[in-house]
Each structure stands twice: as C-alpha cells, then as structure tokens.
Write a protein that binds this ligand. Structure first.
Ligand code: DLL
Length: 457
C-alpha cells in the first residue's frame, strides 16, 4: 500500500476510493478479464459453464459483458466442497476460513498471500473511512477463528497502525474492563452484541459514554436505524455499518463513511451488480434487488457473479465525502431463508438436518427468534412421535437433551429445545413458515443526519 502521508498516517484521499469513474471502469475491465481467464483456466466448473455458453474470456469486450457470465451460488460451493472452486495450488494457499452452508457442512474459502494483502488493504481503507488512524486503540470483539470477522478486522486495524486488542467475542464483563482500562477508541463487533455490552456496562455501573470510545464498526448481521440511534445515544459514539461475506473476502467489501448514506463498495476489488432475485435479470441503478459480486483480484478462489442473496440497491452518485466508488443501501433482508443470530449464519435446513438425525422426532418444527437486551435467543419447537410422547418424563428429557446437543454441534450455538405434542405445530398449505422472527429487524429506512466528526470526548 502506498497511501501513507508523511508521519506514517494513512491518507485515504490517495486510495482508489476517489478515482475518477472512467479510470475505475478501465481498471475493473482489465481486472475482470484477468480473473475470468484465471477461473476459466483453473476452475473446472467455471470452464464447463463457459463452454456450455460458447463464451471465452477473450469475448469480454466491455464491462457490460459481465452480464454474459454465469452466476455462482452457495450451492456451487456446497457441491464442490471443500476445495473444488480453488484456483491456486495448495502450496500457494496460506489461509482457510469457513462459513455456514445450507446443510451440515460449512462452505470453505481460501486465500493466497496476495489475497490476504488485498483483504488487509480494504480493511485499512474501511477503518480510514470511519475516521480511524494510527494512534487509535481498536478492541476487536469479532470472533477469531473460522469466522472471517476476527482476523479480517485484526490485520486491517494493525496495518493501519492502530493498537489492536484481540478480545474476540464473548466474556462481556472482560470486554467492558478492557474498554475501560485500555483507553479503547473504537470497537468492532456485531451491533446486537454492542447493545448487550451497553446494557451489561450499565448493570456494572460503567458509563460507556464517559470512556474515550468514539466509534463502533458494526456488521455481520442486519441492523436498523433505530438500533443505530440507540447505540449512538447510549454510547456517545459514532456507529458505522460494515458489510462483507466470506465467499467474497470477509468483512471489508463495503463500509459507511461519516455521512452514513450507504456503504461504499471497494469496487477496484469487488464488482457489484444488482439483479432480480427471481429471474436473475440485471436491474438498474437505484432499483432494489439482489447484490451480485465478482471478485476482481482474488487468486485462490475467484468468485464470478456470486449471488449474495442480500437485498439492496446501488447508488452511483459521488458521495458528499468525495469518494467516487458506488454505494449500496444498508442490507435489511435476504432473498433466501438464512438468518443471523449472534453473528452466526443459520439456515433452517441445517436445523432440520440436525433434528432428523435424532430419533423420536418428526419433520415438523418451528424456529422462534427473540431478542432481549440486545441478546438473541433461538428456540426450536419440534414435534415428537406419538410413541415418544406416551413415554416417561425421563425419556422426553433425554430426547430434549440429545436434540439440544445435536443442534449445538451443527450450528455452533446453543438453542432452547421445546418438545411439542404430536400434531400441534401448525401445518402449512404452501411454503412452510419455519422461522418466526420476533426481533423486529426490518424497519423503514430513515433519513440520516450526517455526522461528520467523531464525537469528541
Ligand atoms: O459476516 C463477514 C463480516 C464480518 C462482515 C464482520 C462484517 C463484519 P459471513 O459469516 O460469510 O461473513 O456472513 C455474510 O452476513 O451475506 C449478509 O447476509 C450478512 N451481513 C454481513 N454484514 C452485514 C451488514 C461475515 N453490515 C452474510 N448488514 C452476508 C447486513 C450483513 N447483513
């Protein structure tokens, strides 16, 4: 990265975020050609799909030709599990991460050394867009591990020159102690978790408002303007929305700037399109639809026209902050049935797979999601067979325990299991309504008041 100002401070104005649009499009076309060629030469599934269309990488004459390329979906990752979409030999792959798949197996993503450099670069640009720089103290409460949140934010904050506290998720009382004792100026975690941190701090008699903390970089799950207002008011911080997904890189695909008017996409690395989620037809700027992303520089696992399932719209107009890269509207919902609880992606089909592996239940179940004090809970109500229902209390308890255990193993989070009597869970006549989400995560978007300066304390 060559965006250092004298004194080592990061200097965002010299990043591609401010490139003249025509220059950005040229760069994107050159990179698109490279990445399509790489995928064609190295990923059999992609080559087969291009062959079926009689399309060759050299047919890419202009950027709009991207629409002629086939989509890639989560099902493709599942079907080629674990390494079928890798485009680099093993000895060039230096990192793997994983995220929930639709069944028992996760999806696996790979990075070369250069991919990690790109990831770090976009995270540096993301933190800089939030007004952070060296001298900041960043508490990173995204989970470290297979989840991309922890390590993605970690290397970005470190490369920016900030002091990183690798707190990882959970252990809330300790998080609050670190915030208080280490002079933390920015925190990275899911928005719902920060609401819980605020709540717990109040119980412990710690006033977050009075700490040096001035920014929160919140993402990995949908959140609302009213959650932002709650966080900013109670914490006296500025809350930034950060977006990303493992398949594309992890956190750092896009981020808000201080104007909070959409999330800037790091377009020199991730090419965005919006399509109709039903038909796949390309939509125009401003129209709401499914975000499709193409990685323009990924080596280990290029993703061509990846169907994110996230619903948003694109805005091309230059932002008041001066960045020329396009923005997406905040993501409030998805076009599939995946939901996110405590930062973990869950598909109802994973729950079904786990339940059916345990004897004594029938495939009638319902998932109830609730939120109390910012903390999400998941209850799985599952119908038992008449035989089990007529059995002893002890055997019912045993079953409940086995189910809870199976769910925890599959999902990586604890779920409350409620056994329901035979034929008590409502049957549906059409598409079964499996998930009852009482968390109120979708609300009409509000006008945002730009908050230019980070709160001074
Ligand atoms: O959640 C990466 C990430 C980590 C993003 C930390 C931001 C901060 P996955 O686990 O693969 O990766 O989940 C990706 O989470 O397709 C969205 O549905 C959802 N998501 C991520 N960020 C946001 C956001 C990470 N800011 C999936 N708003 C995505 C709404 C989000 N949904």
């Amino acid at each position: 990265m060559s965006w250092e100002a004298p004194g080592g401070a990061f200097h965002p104005a010299s990043t591609p975020d401010y490139l003249p649009v025509a220059q950005m499009r040229e760069l994107q076309l050159a990179r698109l050609r490279n990445v399509v060629r790489r995928a064609f030469e190295r990923v059999p599934l992609f080559r087969q799909r291009l062959d079926e269309r009689g399309f060759r990488p050299e047919h890419l004459g202009e950027l709009a030709d991207v629409r002629k390329l086939p989509f890639t979906t989560k099902a493709d990752l599942r079907d080629t599990y674990p390494t079928g979409l890798f485009a680099s030999p093993n000895d060039e792959i230096v990192r793997l991460h994983a995220s929930s798949g639709t069944t028992g197996k996760p999806i696996v993503v790979a990075y070369t050394r250069r991919d990690l450099d790109v990831w770090t670069e976009v995270m540096v640009r993301a933190f800089a867009a939030c007004g952070l720089n060296h001298g900041d103290v960043v508490q990173n409460a995204y989970g470290y591990g297979l989840f991309t949140g922890g390590l993605g934010a970690h290397y970005g904050a470190e490369a920016l020159g900030a002091t990183v506290i690798p707190a990882s998720g959970g252990n809330t009382d300790r998080q609050i102690m670190l915030l208080k004792d280490f002079g933390v100026t920015a925190i990275c975690c899911t928005p719902s978790y920060f609401i819980y941190v605020l709540e717990r701090a109040a119980e412990l008699g710690v006033s977050i408002r009075d700490l040096p903390l001035r920014a929160g970089i919140f993402g990995a799950e949908p959140w609302t303007e009213s959650m932002r207002r709650h966080i900013e008011t109670l914490g006296a911080i500025q809350a930034f929305d950060i977006y990303g997904l493992s398949e594309i890189i992890g956190p750092g695909v896009g981020i808000e700037c201080a104007f909070h008017d959409g999330l800037h996409i790091f377009e020199d690395h991730f090419y965005p399109e919006i399509v109709d989620p039903e038909t796949g037809r390309a939509l125009e700027e401003g129209e709401e639809g499914e975000l499709v992303l193409t990685t323009l520089s990924k080596q280990a696992m290029p993703m061509i026209r990846y169907r994110t399932r996230d619903i948003t719209s694109l805005k091309a107009e230059t932002c008041a902050c001066g960045r020329t890269v396009r923005r997406i509207a905040r993501i409030g919902r998805r076009s599939d049935d995946m939901f996110i609880i405590r930062g973990i992606n869950v598909f109802p089909s994973q729950i079904e797979t786990a339940l059916l592996a345990v004897e004594g239940t029938v495939p009638h179940y319902q998932i109830v999601l609730t939120r109390e004090k910012g903390l999400d809970s998941i209850e799985v109500q599952v119908e038992v067979t008449p035989e089990v229902f007529g059995d002893t209390v002890g055997s019912m308890e045993g079953l409940q325990h086995r189910l809870a255990h199976a769910l925890e193993r599959t999902l990586g989070l604890r779920a409350d299991v409620t056994l329901a009597a035979p034929r008590t869970i409502q049957r549906s006549e059409g598409k079964a309504k499996r998930v009852i989400d009482k968390r109120n995560l979708t609300e009409a978007p509000n006008e945002n008041t730009p908050t230019l300066a980070l709160p001074r304390k």
